[in-house]
Design a protein around this ligand. Structure first.
Ligand SMILES: Cc1cc2nc3c(=O)[nH]c(=O)nc-3n(C[C@H](O)[C@H](O)[C@H](O)COP(=O)(O)O)c2cc1C
Length: 168
């Protein structure tokens, strides 16, 4: 079984989750940034990770899905500044899953990540009331994803690996 863990990450949150997932996979694994991937034909399974940008998946993540995820068995891992309990989050995750519609998705993991100061400033200037509200709550995101959230990412990877073993 060849498994690819691939991701984009500007401030390191999604990278942390990618590395936690990578650590949990026993063997036959590679970890790469999107731009390092030239093809996915040689992989049996792909974990694709990205941050939420403006209430959905960033263009780079959608482009990757279109080019490399069609017809593949895959799982998504997503970070965002919002708390996991935020009701609107479900919509953002649904948009992400829809964008990956060409893949056979075995699961989706999401967790809160720290909102960097730079991005918070950008959000404060955006004029979008929701983004401004997230930026104002930046202090609540500091230190995320923490050890508990990274453990949840590992549990997710283990469950997906068990599914793959069972169903091939
Ligand atoms: C342009 C932009 C838009 C963002 N929009 C959202 C958003 O709509 N909701 C949210 O919860 N976080 C939003 N964020 C915050 C990131 O999703 C969050 O900080 C994420 O963990 C960053 O991951 P990274 O460190 O892997 O890049 C946005 C960040 C950027 C740069």
């Amino acid at each position: 079984m060849h498994i690819l863990i691939t991701y984009m990450s500007h401030t390191g949150n999604t990278k942390k989750v990618a590395e936690a997932i990578f650590d949990e996979i026993a063997s036959g694994k590679e970890i790469k940034r999107f731009f390092e991937v030239t093809g996915t034909g040689g992989y049996d399974f792909i974990f694709e990770g990205f941050p939420i940008h403006a209430f959905g998946p960033p263009d780079q993540a959608k482009d990757f899905m279109k080019e490399f995820l069609k017809g593949k068995k895959a799982a998504l891992f997503i970070t965002h500044a919002a708390h996991e309990d935020l009701p609107e989050l479900q919509q953002w995750l649904d948009r992400s899953k829809e964008a990956a519609g060409g893949a056979e998705l075995l699961g989706t993991f999401n967790c809160q990540g720290e909102l960097s100061e730079e991005i918070a400033e950008f959000m404060l200037d955006s004029g979008d009331p929701d983004l401004v509200a997230y930026a104002k709550n930046r202090s609540l995101t500091l230190g995320q994803p923490d050890a508990d959230r990274l453990q949840k990412a590992r549990d997710f990877a283990r469950k997906i690996a068990a599914k793959l073993e069972r169903y091939g």
